[in-house]
Design a protein around this ligand. Structure first.
Ligand code: 89V
Length: 355
């Protein structure tokens, strides 16, 4: 499992990169890069320079810019890591390509809608650039462990799954722009959950989705419920909510129940996995790595940024092909927008004939 292989060769040349966007998420993204060998953050960009300066001072980054053109002209970069708001992703991808940068990482979701996401993917393919989407939930340690157990065959052939994210966490306090999105939970959290669905169960053939807005203070939907038929026949039910009051709040992990013909796997609170077969139930507790920079409220996902970055770095170094490449992540993007189409049209969407 990748979690056990986090090593890079110190002999390789360090890849020089810049972070574009110094909002809430950038401090964790940068701190996670600093856990790895083989990379060097040489510059930060933010349209408000003070934010870039504060981050640079904290992490010892030598240069800051509030003009992206100047940064791209002055710095010798191997890659850029775009951590800005989704509306600006295309703009910065275009800027990087124009500057001849051949490796681009961008936060999820790829773009603010399906068309712009497709445009980003096409532009990077046409330019021959390596394009990655920073998708970290499939790298959460409990999710990796669930996948590992599935692959042992202990629960037999999987026929059904449930993936849940039910939360009441005041996510808008740290990321106020989320309350302003016309499309909220499916783009912000659905991008993660549907990517995990693909990671665990393969590609989706058909889906049905219902969305609701429960919190009157936000623009977009905060509840989405999906039923999916996968290519291999597995049925997956997935529920996402930021309007839930639960005994065990999911933020920021996922709960899962996976059924096979010989047993079941349940991932629940406190990163505990319960595996049940006819012989009984055994319990595995997944211990997370500790990073002093990780916010305890976000511990599962913040600690997953490190293996995500490592996975992308290995791809950039030619060591393997990452599933976080844009071309693979676009399948997740399609699921998100098929879910909106289903909710709007009140009907199931056939993925083979979508986008
Ligand atoms: O993981 C994320 O993409 C974050 C949050 C947990 C708030 O949704 O935006």
């Amino acid at each position: 499992m990748y979690w056990n292989k986090l090593k890079t060769s110190p002999k390789l040349k360090k890849l020089r990169f810049a972070i574009i966007g110094c909002g809430f998420w950038s401090q964790f993204q940068l701190a996670a890069w600093l856990e790895l060998e083989g990379v060097e953050c040489v510059a930060l960009y933010n349209r408000t320079l003070e934010k870039a300066t504060a981050l640079a001072d904290r992490f010892g980054v030598p240069k800051v810019y509030d003009d992206i053109d100047v940064l791209l002209a002055e710095e010798q970069l191997d890659f850029v890591d775009i951590v800005s708001n989704v509306e600006t992703h295309l703009h910065f991808v275009e800027k990087a390509l124009q500057a001849g940068i051949s490796k681009i990482i961008c936060q999820k979701p790829m773009g603010p809608d399906l068309e712009i996401s497709k445009k980003m993917l096409d532009l990077t393919i046409q330019a021959g650039a390596d394009f990655y989407i920073h998708e970290n939930y499939r790298w959460e340690k409990p999710i990796q462990q669930v996948k590992k157990i599935m692959e042992t065959g202990e629960i037999g052939t999987v026929f059904k799954g449930r993936i849940s994210f039910l939360s009441g966490y005041p996510v808008f306090d740290n990321q106020p722009f989320l309350a302003e999105l016309d499309k909220f939970i499916l783009t912000d959290m659905g991008s993660h959950i549907l990517d995990v669905v693909r990671f665990l169960f393969g590609e989706c053939r058909q889906l049905f989705c219902n969305t609701q807005t429960v919190n009157p203070a936000i623009k977009g939907e905060d509840v989405a419920t999906l039923l999916m038929r996968m290519h291999n026949g597995t049925t997956v039910y997935s529920e996402l909510s930021y309007a839930s009051v639960m005994e065990h709040d999911c933020f920021t992990t996922l709960y899962a129940v996976i059924e096979g013909d010989k047993g079941s796997i349940a991932l629940g609170p406190h990163n505990e996995i319960r595996v049940t077969t006819l012989s009984g139930t055994r319990i595995e507790k997944v211990d997370l790595p500790y990073y002093e920079w990780a916010d305890p409220d976000y511990q599962v996902i913040h600690t997953a940024i490190v293996p995500t970055n490592q996975d992308i770095l290995w791809d950039m170094q030619g060591k393997h092909v990452s599933d976080n490449r844009g071309v693979s992540n676009f399948e997740t993007v399609k699921l998100v927008w098929a879910a909106y189409a289903s909710a709007e049209q009140h009907k199931a969407i056939d993925l083979d004939h979508f986008a």
